[in-house]
Design a protein around this ligand. Structure first.
Ligand SMILES: [Zn+2]
Length: 121
C-alpha cells in the first residue's frame, strides 16, 4: 500500500492515477465534485475493489460526458449570465441534459461538458 506522499509522487510522475493498494491503473471514476479550487474525484479499483478519492487542482478533472449522467442526478452548471445553477436532471438528450432548477421555470438544456455532478465533499 502506498502512503499518500508516495501515491502523489507516482501519479504526478506517471501522469496516471493508480490504485494506492495494488498499483493497478484499471480504475473506474465515480462522482466528481468541484470546489472553488479543487476537484474531488472518486475512484474504484477494478482489480482489488479498493475505493479511494483524489483531490486535484481544477485543471485535473476529465470533461463530463453523456454517460456520466442519469436522470435524477443533482448537477451544477453556470448559465449564460454566469450564475451558478443547481438542478436535477429530468431528461437525457443526444447532446444536452434537461435540467430542472426551479419548479417555476422551464427546463434548461445544458451541454454535458458544462455539467458537473454535485457530491458532498
Ligand atoms: Zn487496486
Amino acid at each position: 500500500m502506498l502512503d499518500s506522499e508516495q501515491w502523489r509522487s507516482r501519479v504526478v510522475a506517471d501522469g496516471q492515477t493508480l490504485c494506492p493498494a495494488c498499483q493497478s491503473m484499471n480504475l473506474t471514476m465515480g462522482a466528481c465534485g468541484i470546489g472553488s479550487m479543487t476537484v474531488h474525484q472518486e475512484y474504484v479499483c477494478e482489480d482489488c475493489q479498493y475505493e479511494f478519492a483524489a483531490l486535484f487542482g481544477l485543471t485535473g478533472c476529465p470533461r463530463a460526458q453523456r454517460a456520466d449522467f442519469l436522470v435524477g442526478d443533482t448537477v451544477a452548471f453556470t448559465d449564460q449570465h454566469l450564475h451558478e445553477r443547481i438542478g436535477t436532471i429530468v431528461g437525457i438528450n443526444q447532446k444536452t441534459a434537461s435540467v430542472q432548477c426551479n419548479p417555476d421555470e422551464g427546463h434548461w438544456g445544458v451541454s454535458f461538458a458544462l455539467l458537473r455532478k454535485v457530491v458532498d465533499l
